[in-house]
Ligand binder design. Structure first.
Ligand code: RUB
Length: 318
């Protein structure tokens, strides 16, 4: 019989699905760690290379099936499982471990490098408006603060999950002056903002930015007010399937995140929808900041082809 799925993979998959682990970069790092755990455990349970590979691809499938929108997750699997090679279990194990370590290092380096690029856009005394919680976006502010710039932030709470509270806490810890607002107050406060600064879960070949629901409305309002929109996204956010005409699946989450059961019951027969993400068209994005520099959304496709070629592999169990 085949070696079992690692508890680490099961736990990580459950934590991603319940959003205990969330945010595109953090999900990618956790997936790589889970792949490494699966490789270590499977290597101690079998000396059959085919069984080892099957177990790894099954782990990949379990992780892939958790949430559909952040492409950093399949890209983490592509990077790590895609480098699995060898004719015996030890070589296979070593190749996966080398890939997971390299991937995690790359993630950290990319976030740091893009932070330095993004910080160049922020001037001393600037105010950024944020939406949701993005570690890539926060890296830009962190570098600006390290450069001695005084940065303020208007932080949208980001209903229904209030990831803005995490952003507010982390900006506060950086010494940034933070004003927390409800999402619907954003347009009123745009007059005080010098930048809209958001992250991304996926970026499509046309430069469309998939990020937390509400990003597209914020971008349209910001454009109307003349506030530049900056997207901080390392290149694992580039969605290779969009090169071949596929669209990015927008996750629909449980209605219980939107309305409590009692209130829902009192209202009666209605539909409650809870899309987790939306797409900001490229014309509303001023700059995409990556570890390879800053790009206008229209030229992101060139970078995508360089990194992924014309098609994306699927090294997990179908
Ligand atoms: C998180 C979200 C973040 C991106 C980028 O959504 O939309 O803006 O994932 O984050 P959720 P990072 O909370 O539903 O996962 O820059 O950390 O990758």
């Amino acid at each position: 019989s085949d070696p079992p799925l690692s508890d680490a993979v099961d736990d990580t998959a459950a934590d991603i699905a319940t959003m205990e682990i969330r945010g595109a970069a953090t999900i990618a790092a956790a997936a790589a760690d889970a792949v490494a755990a699966q490789a270590r455990e499977t290597a101690s349970e079998t000396d059959d290379p085919a069984a080892f590979e099957r177990a790894m691809r099954r782990a990949g499938r379990r992780l892939y099936d958790t949430r559909p929108t952040a492409v950093s997750l399949p890209n983490a699997l592509r990077y790590t499982l895609g480098r699995m090679e060898g004719d015996d279990v030890e070589t296979l194990h070593d190749s996966v471990l080398a890939a997971t370590t390299a991937f995690t290092d790359r993630l950290d380096r990319a976030q740091n490098d893009l932070g330095r690029v993004g910080a160049n856009r922020l001037r001393d005394g600037d105010t950024v408006m944020t939406h949701c919680h993005s570690t890539d976006a926060l890296s830009c502010v962190e570098h600006a603060v390290e450069q001695g710039k005084d940065i303020s932030a208007i932080v949208k709470e980001t209903r229904p999950r209030n990831q803005g509270h995490i952003t507010a806490t982390q900006l506060r810890d950086l010494g940034v002056d933070v004003t927390l607002i409800v999402d619907s107050a954003a347009r009123r406060y745009l007059d005080e903002a010098d930048h809209v600064l958001v992250g991304a879960d996926s970026i499509a070949a046309d430069g469309g930015v998939v990020n937390k629901i509400g990003t597209s409305g914020l971008a349209v309002n910001a454009r109307e007010r003349g506030v530049p929109i900056m997207v901080a996204a390392q290149t694992i956010k580039l969605h290779p399937d969009t090169l071949t005409g596929h669209t990015v699946e927008i996750e629909m989450r449980d209605e219980a995140e939107v309305i409590e059961a009692d209130a829902r019951e009192a209202i009666g027969d209605i539909t409650v929808d809870n899309p987790a993400f939306d797409v900001t068209p490229p014309r509303y994005v001023d700059a995409i900041v990556t570890e390879s520099g800053q790009f206008p959304p229209e030229s992101i496709v060139t970078l995508m082809r360089e990194l992924f070629g014309e098609s994306a592999d699927r090294p997990w169990e179908e």
